[in-house]
Design a protein around this ligand. Structure first.
Ligand code: M6R
Length: 608
């Protein structure tokens, strides 16, 4: 789960490699490195830590050349150290790798027996040694790579540079994405169009098993059978502008505050405000009326959006919905067929487990739909129909605006499905559309609670454990709240359905345990209030996120109360997400953690 770049250019390549890596940092940021070829000579610089550490190394010890490769790493095999950072060099070959070489132990043992000196703990280094050994047999670089690729098991995208070859880069993909960029007398390889965006918008996406030889004069793509193939060139719409934080301290803060606007953009794609109807482009590709079942799979926050959506599709469209964590679904051998629709939710559109689940459902004949934020992503390209979120680039590792926009899309789709299945009257559907249309205004009001939340976060930052509770569509918000707090502040947190409290988690309650209860004054409020009483009776510290009616009804049981405006229950999980995000954000700020790039994480999880 790393970012890779290769440039066959006309000007000094090192700064261009670093620029491309900055755009790829969302794939990993624990170490980085570049290698260049200058008049046939291979040089390398690597650094542990964020890209600025590599920049410092390059400042003191620059390298020249117009051809080079680069890598930003999220460690899978081997700690994030300089020795494990890419590129890996063996003899005359340098390689950068994204993915996992599953048979690396066996390969490593073999090359060690043959006398190779292995310098790192990575799976990637073996690839360089294998190719170098083939070069040692007198093979040309392309023949050496062609002979090694079939020996690699697992998922990979690779870019190779060779000593003595200023005019050649070789790339290969199997299971991990790799794109070719066509410049003006220059050629590029990158994990995605984002990396290539400063150099070119002419992009060719390699297909599974493809490998490619680049030179200044062009590109030769071969498939897994080594046959020359033509792959289409597309125009990428990815902006070359590096995102900035504006006046915000962190991207996450900016992204939280963008929500009224991006929710408005997203909803205006799916709602016709004049007729008060949903208008979901692409929904006609799903025969909702005769659909057997909707299968949703996703990971992390996107999975919690799926949990909310299940409530909506079942309630409004009376459509049976199965939801799965994609890493489980892909191996579950779930029965799925032509009368099912499989829906995948992903901000990045590159999450490996979600993509594998999509491919499983495709093979089994289901209609494939995707809710994605990156329209040129692999998931978007492989789906039969996409329902984009118009959230704009999400840079902070913690998903915020993508989540609420996913919910806005899913709510619109559930209403559309309800109409198509005849389970929602036109009048009821119009009422729901009106409720969705009010989301941006409610989001603006929710953001005004920030100062109160900041105070609360100060006391939360002293906790070691936090419990989140919610019912109905607010139960997934409890899960999401706990995930946000964990990933940003490193405080241990768990989310539970409030009704589950007495089945175990109540044993954790004491005076040191903050319990964040997400409970608008809806049909299930009374039940949640009983759960709060149970917590209070055991000296638990309750933080209640509710509306005025909920605050009044809870009558002092909570130590702190965050009061939102009253709103229909359909939109509550979207609006209540904002205080939940702000709680995690401000707690993390108090604790001084790296909010936008928390430890051990990456924005896009492209390994399983
Ligand atoms: O790009 P995706 O939406 O497929 O990513 C899924 C998860 O990796 C992601 O939501 C992750 O859980 C976030 N860090 C949560 O904030």
């Amino acid at each position: 789960m790393c970012g890779i770049i290769g440039i066959l250019g006309k000007v000094q390549v090192a700064p261009r490699l670093v620029d491309a890596l900055k755009r790829l940092e969302y794939r990993g940021y624990d170490s980085s490195g570049i290698a260049t070829i200058n008049e046939g000579h291979l040089s390398r610089r690597r650094a542990e830590g964020k890209l600025r550490c590599l920049e410092e190394v390059l400042e003191h010890s620059p390298i020249s050349g117009t051809t080079g490769i680069g890598h930003t790493r999220w460690a899978t095999h081997g700690a994030p150290t300089v020795l494990n950072a890419h590129p890996h060099i063996a003899g005359k070959v340098a390689v950068v790798h994204n993915g996992i070489i599953e048979n690396y132990l066996e390969l490593r043992a073999k090359i060690a027996r043959q006398g190779a000196e292995i310098a790192s703990d990575t799976d990637s280094e073996v690839v360089a040694h294998l190719v170098n050994a083939e070069l040692g047999q007198g093979k040309a670089p392309e023949n050496a790579v062609a002979d090694v690729l079939p020996r690699l098991k697992g998922a990979f995208s690779l870019v190779f540079a060779f000593e003595g070859c200023d005019d050649m880069l070789i790339g290969a993909r199997k299971g991990s994405p790799l794109a070719v960029g066509h410049g003006d007398g220059e050629m590029f390889l990158g994990s995605d169009a984002i990396a290539l965006s400063p150099f070119t918008d002419r992009v060719t996406y390699l297909e599974e098993g493809d490998w490619v030889v680049l030179s200044h004069s062009g590109v030769a793509i071969r498939d897994a059978d080594n046959q020359i193939v033509a792959r289409p060139e597309a125009r990428s719409s990815v902006s070359a502008t590096l995102m900035d934080k504006g006046n915000y301290r962190h991207f996450m803060a900016k992204e939280i505050h963008e929500q009224p606007e991006v929710l408005g953009h997203t909803l205006s794609r799916y709602l016709d405000y004049g007729s008060k109807k949903t208008h979901v482009p692409g929904a006609e590709k799903i025969d909702f009326a005769s659909l057997n079942r909707l299968q949703i799979a996703a990971c992390g926050t996107a999975y919690y959006a799926a949990v909310v959506a299940k409530y909506w599709f079942e309630k409004y469209a009376r459509l049976p919905v199965e939801i799965d964590i994609a890493s489980e679904f892909r191996y579950r051998e779930a029965p799925i067929g032509e009368r099912d629709c499989a829906l995948f939710i992903s901000q990045s559109g590159e999450t490996a487990d979600t993509l594998a689940s999509l491919r499983y459902c495709k093979q089994n004949g289901a209609v494939i739909a995707a809710v994605v934020n990156v329209p040129e992503s692999t998931i978007a390209r492989e789906a039969d129909v996409i329902f984009p979120t118009i959230a704009g680039p999400e840079i902070g590792v913690a998903s915020t605006k993508a989540f609420t926009c996913q919910l806005a899309v899913l709510a619109s789709l559930a209403i559309q499905a309800g109409r198509a299945r005849g389970t929602l009257s036109e009048e009821d559907a119009k009422g729901l559309v009106e409720q969705l249309a009010a989301i941006p205004n409610h989001a603006v009001k929710a953001l005004r609670l920030e100062a109160d939340i900041q105070k609360l976060a100060h006391s939360l930052s002293r906790a070691s454990n936090v419990l989140y509770l919610g019912r109905g569509t607010n139960f997934p918000l409890a899960l999401e709240g706990a995930l946000k707090l964990k990933e940003l502040s490193y405080i241990h947190a768990e989310g539970y359905a409030a009704g589950e409290l007495k089945h175990g988690p109540i044993a954790l309650i004491d005076e040191n345990m903050p319990v964040i209860v997400i409970a608008p004054h809806d049909a299930s409020f009374e039940k949640t209030l009983s759960n709060m009483q149970e917590v209070a009776a055991r000296d638990g510290r309750i933080i209640l996120v509710t509306d005025q009616a909920g605050a009044d009804a809870s009558d002092g049981v909570a130590e702190n109360t965050i009061i939102l405006a009253e709103m229909p229950s359909l939109i509550a999980p979207i609006i209540y997400a904002l205080p939940v995000q702000m709680i995690a954000y401000h707690t993390a700020v108090f604790m001084g953690t790296d909010v936008d790039q928390p430890r051990n994480l990456a924005k896009s999880v492209t390994v399983e």
